[in-house]
Design a protein around this ligand. Structure first.
Ligand SMILES: Nc1nc2c(ncn2[C@@H]2O[C@H](COP(=O)(O)OP(=O)(O)OP(=O)(O)O)[C@@H](O)[C@H]2O)c(=O)[nH]1
Ligand SMILES: [Mg+2]
Length: 415
């Protein structure tokens, strides 16, 4: 989960000459970095500072004192997977009404140009990229509640047409669905895939447009049209090929750490994981399989117990389910039946996806006997592993590949 620093007050700096300087957020950050209060990743570039601040900070002399307290409040950015957004396209520019008048050409006729078209608002899916913040890629937290397109330029005299406005983009993570009153408008499941939510208004006509044989001197010009308006719902469904499902503390996050470079939090208490995480398993032939780790389910999740079933939305598109069972508990097959039941309550289609059983915590006492009993009671493929010691993780990765290759792509929309 990303962390952002917020400044309730802007700082003030007294320079050597006694002049008081207001500090921008960037310079406060830089100052905080010098005092080791923020990490290097948060350090702003000096380019963001205004010139006097830059000079002042470069000198950084003892005579410079910070007047008001620098209060840094860590503000957690929550994982957001649903957003209601109002979008308003730009209006068209007005048409102009004017007449050409030059020396020796006093009645040059109408020359008011048309207005430019208003800007559209477009939603675009963005796959992870280095120059985007992590938060932007993973959740809808950076999406605002209101987007307003740019207005077109008005027409001018001398037949100058107004410029069309450039479109406004809303960047969302790949896997975002766009809905309006429940109806699906677009499913942005690929990088750079886009959907124009609202169209800008057309530009108005200048009086030149109304010139005709009947009317040689029209004064009429029309105003630009208003842009469209819409209220849409954005919904994120994490894109992963496989997903780990299990009860809290079964070791899902530990497994994801063992098979990929993802680093979800691991703890010996239930509900350590509160948001979905995706890790990438890389194979020698450069194939990459994305595996999702979601918060643990509990019996009765379909009645909204625990964290409920809402996170299952994130694994709806995956091809393969990996049921993670804790082998230190007796009768582990019951865990599987309960998990399967909960998923079936949410979506029978999801419950019928290809799956294997990952028997985790095989290093614990009693696990071997439990495994024998599990195999007798269940007819599914069981892969015994230990996420802690790394035992048999290689085989799990191979099984995952087999399942991935064997399964056709699941349908993208299943709501
Ligand atoms: N002995 C042993 N302990 C394990 C193994 N895998 C995970 N654990 C421990 O089990 C505890 C829970 O692990 P997590 O990976 O956080 O479990 P989780 O399923 O992600 O839990 P939630 O996020 O709460 O749903 C941690 O204390 C791990 O160290 C294993 O193979 N062997
Ligand atoms: Mg976890």
């Amino acid at each position: 989960m990303g962390c952002r620093w917020r400044f309730p007050v802007l700082g003030m700096l007294r320079g050597r000459g006694g002049n008081v300087l207001r500090l921008s957020e960037a310079s406060l950050l830089l100052r905080a970095f010098k005092h080791r209060e923020v990490t290097a990743a948060e350090r702003p570039s000096e380019k963001k500072l205004v010139r006097p601040e830059r000079d002042e900070l470069r000198q950084h002399e003892p005579g410079v004192t910070l007047l008001s307290a620098l209060v840094l409040v860590p503000q957690t950015r929550y994982f957001v997977d649903q957003r209601r957004v109002k979008v308003m396209a730009g209006s068209g520019g007005n048409g102009a009404s004017s007449f050409l008048s030059e020396p020796r050409k006093e009645w040059g006729g109408p020359d008011g140009g048309d207005g430019g078209a208003g800007g559209d608002v477009i939603i675009r899916g963005q796959a992870p990229q280095k120059n985007l913040s992590q938060q932007q890629l993973k959740s809808l937290s950076s999406v605002s509640a209101l987007y307003r397109g740019k207005d077109g330029e008005s027409g001018r005299s001398k037949n100058c047409f107004g410029k069309n406005a450039i479109p406004t983009y809303i960047f969302v993570p790949v896997g975002t669905m766009v809905r309006e009153e429940g109806e699906l408008l677009a499913d942005l499941s690929a990088h750079q895939q886009q959907y124009t939510v609202v169209h800008g208004g057309a530009g108005g006509k200048g009086n030149r447009f109304f010139l005709s044989n009947e009317n040689r001197a029209p004064v009429t010009s029309t105003p630009g049209e208003k842009g469209q308006e819409r209220v849409i719902q954005l919904e994120l469904r994490t894109m992963a090929h496989a997903s780990l499902v299990g009860f809290p503390n079964a070791g899902k996050s530990s497994l994801l750490r063992a098979i990929s470079r993802a680093r979800p939090k691991v703890g010996e208490y239930p509900f350590t994981t509160l948001n979905p995480h995706v890790g990438i398993v890389e194979y020698r032939d450069h194939l990459q399989v994305a595996v999702a780790d979601i918060p643990g389910l509990v019996p009765g999740a379909h009645l909204n117990r625990g964290l409920g079933l809402s996170f299952l939305r994130h694994i709806e598109r995956c091809r393969v389910l990996l049921f993670v069972l804790d082998m230190s508990s007796t009768r582990p097959w019951e865990q599987f039946h309960q998990l399967h039941f909960e998923i079936d309550q949410y979506s029978p289609q999801l419950a019928s996806r290809a799956h294997i059983i990952v028997a985790n915590k095989m290093d614990l006492p009693g696990a071997t006997q439990n495994l024998e009993a599990l195999k007798e009671n269940l007819q599914h493929t069981v892969v015994p592993v230990s996420a802690l010691t790394g035992d048999n993780i290689g085989e799990l990765i191979l099984h995952l590949r087999k399942m991935y290759d064997g399964e056709p792509q699941s349908s993208s929309e299943s709501s």
